[in-house]
Design a protein. Structure first.
Lengths: 404, 404
């Protein structure tokens, strides 16, 4: 008789690092405490009106499968979008629609890594990269970046010394989740040089592309796609850009025709992405520039509330995010996981508390980020102002409580 | 310098077996020919009115992520559904919502198989099982079933002699795609005995559960779940049952708590299934029995049109499907792939032709099913009647053309 078997993948696929804290938040709410959620990047901004109207005017019954590559209307709208942001060379077959950026990243790792192969990523990085790597049985090699220089990249030498014969790709998000860092042209040039020299894929996760502050712009890796067509793989998503997280829509953009045909076969295996969401998102071609302009103004304002507010707290170091809607904050405590839990279980201020994300889950190197948290500023200004106040009081009381 | 790498998975993931024929269908349509699609199982039946109304009354903006396990309203509705069909013991944590039955099957294979492990499936089987097996680097061992006995199972000895120390699971769909077979209680008892004796999982793909004819019912493997809680994994889907293919919604039902927690971790890695579709599907608790009664009457009528019509064609053998909306038909020709292509490229009758699915793609054993096609009866009665006529004329002309 065989043993009922669980695979290595089943044994290793990690639980969400926040999951352990959710029951505490639920318990706090049950006890009547208001919890401000600074822990996840689920935007509160409204989706574009043209999408909302289209959704409410839905008139297809039944809801059929879409094409495995993606709904033609959506792919055509995306072509217009990429052309508008400077990449008119992107063709229909360079786009594969996916069920969120998640599916895109999973397929890429499964396609470029055999078990035991390595992917370089700059830590702190988006936690779910670890899950996709487990499924592909690949190893993420985390190169540490630091709060002191706003989590910008280390030197070329630092990066190159981590490359081995098993390295297949360099992976990063830009603008970055969880740091808010937007990489400079010099940094991207360096990555491109390294990838060229060592024969690596560059996987650029650009789901926060529009969310950049100070009148600046994020540079898409598509800028380099024509000069290294087989190496550049861009991951994109409609989730944050159009506040459509729950539509589960993303895409892969690449000029690598062989890999695009591999991705299409992955797409055929799961038939299609969601048809309703795709037709809604296809309306992106009718979304005006003012939609993003207003959002950036709003997030910029929120960012300042968090950064300025946190910086005024004794002993707190807060990097100034250049993009996305996250910031890593270093706290004058030893154990941010304990603090996160304590905020939910042992503290409230006038019946209110906050839930943050301890940053250790975003690091690959054991022990890193233990005194850091990630704050997502996806609440309105008043809620954020109040959250800073609560964190300030919380830190004071926590230090007293833990010293007692 | 490393080579730009493509993984074994990337090299082996198969293209849809129908894909090669789609350009011919598109070409035929461009030339003004009407093509009746008997090749895919995208139902033309309307979704329940209560779901359609809910969708059109959508008022959530933005569309947030759902829970990783699934939208609570949907899970609760599913609990009511399983209770109603005889399984009141199914609890909240026994259900994991997935992006279609596809994602469910992928996660199961990834969780119970390490590379090189084996899954027994009864061929002909749903082609995409091969794709999920490639991703898990597992091997599907196809045990052949035959049209002569309506594709019912071979003897216990036939099955057991294919079990090796690497066998992890027995996988089947019931009612079956592509054969329409509904397994008897004796057959399921046999599978259960084999799984018990050899320590195997039973993966029962029940996405066509309601589609059974002649007043009969399909037996869910949930019937056996309490007596072998760790071994039974049921795959389900809202796609066919509620004509929601494009909503990409399915689920895994199992009493195996360890594996359910693994599936939840897979779920966390991709954040959530689609929120809109889940809230729409949650209305399944308000769908009356008459919805299915009417559908079954309709499919039963369609099935008879195809089966009776095809049986009247010289040399054709047509099994009588007991469920689902597919039937395998054996044709008096050597090469059903060639015939499928010929119907699209070289034939039309009064400007009309049909597209069918050659059955060889549903077999794992090379050379099997070369003279068989699968017909999906998801068109209305008149279209099906006309399709039979076209197939009859097509077969006559094809034989003349190929003999010339």
């Amino acid at each position: 008789m065989n043993q009922l078997h669980q695979s290595i993948v089943a044994q290793n696929i990690p639980a969400s690092s926040l999951r352990a804290f959710i029951p505490f938040a639920e318990e706090a709410k049950k006890n009547g405490t208001t919890v401000y959620h600074l822990n996840i990047g689920d935007p509160d901004i409204k989706m574009p009106q043209v999408m909302y109207d289209f959704l409410r005017g839905w008139n297809k019954n039944p809801v059929p499968y879409s094409h495995s590559q993606g709904e033609p209307a959506l792919i055509n709208s995306l072509l217009g979008y990429y052309s508008k942001i400077g990449f008119p060379f992107v063709q229909y077959n360079n786009i594969q629609v996916t069920l969120g950026g998640s599916e895109a990243l999973l397929w890429i790792m499964l396609s470029v890594c055999d078990p035991g192969d390595e992917i370089i990523a700059f830590e702190p990085y988006y936690t779910n990269y670890n899950s996709y790597a487990v499924v592909a049985q690949a190893k993420i090699v985390g190169i540490t970046t630091h709060i002191d220089n706003g989590f910008h990249l280390p030197s070329r030498e630092e990066i190159e010394k981590r490359i081995t014969p098993k390295t297949r790709a360099i992976l990063f998000s830009n603008p970055s989740n969880p740091t808010g860092t937007v990489y400079t042209e010099e940094e991207l040039d360096m990555i491109v040089d390294i990838a060229r020299e060592h024969g690596l894929y560059i996987v650029s996760d650009e789901v926060y592309r529009e969310f950049v502050y100070n009148g600046s712009k994020a540079i898409s890796m598509l800028k380099y796609a024509q000069s290294m067509p087989d190496q550049v793989l861009v991951v994109d998503s409609m989730s944050k850009r159009y506040s459509l997280c729950g539509a589960r829509l993303g895409c892969i953009v690449s000029l690598n025709t062989e890999l695009m045909s591999v991705f299409l076969r992955f797409g055929q295996a799961r038939l299609s992405a969601g048809t309703i969401g795709q037709r809604v998102a296809a309306k992106l071609s009718e979304v005006g520039d003012d939609y993003f302009r207003d959002i950036i103004v709003e997030y910029d304002k929120r960012q300042k509330i968090i950064v300025d507010g946190m910086a005024r707290i004794d002993g707190v170091v807060c990097s100034k995010p250049e993009g996305a809607f996250y910031v890593i904050v270093k706290l004058p405590i030893d154990d941010a996981e304990d603090f996160t839990k304590w905020l939910l279980t042992d503290f409230s201020d006038n019946g209110e508390t906050v839930m943050v994300a301890p940053a250790s889950g975003f690091y690959n190197t054991p022990g890193m980020g233990k005194d850091e948290i990630r704050i997502a500023y996806v609440l309105n200004s008043e809620a954020l102002q109040r959250s800073v106040e609560i964190l300030k009081k919380g830190l004071e009381m926590y230090k007293t409580a833990r010293e007692a």
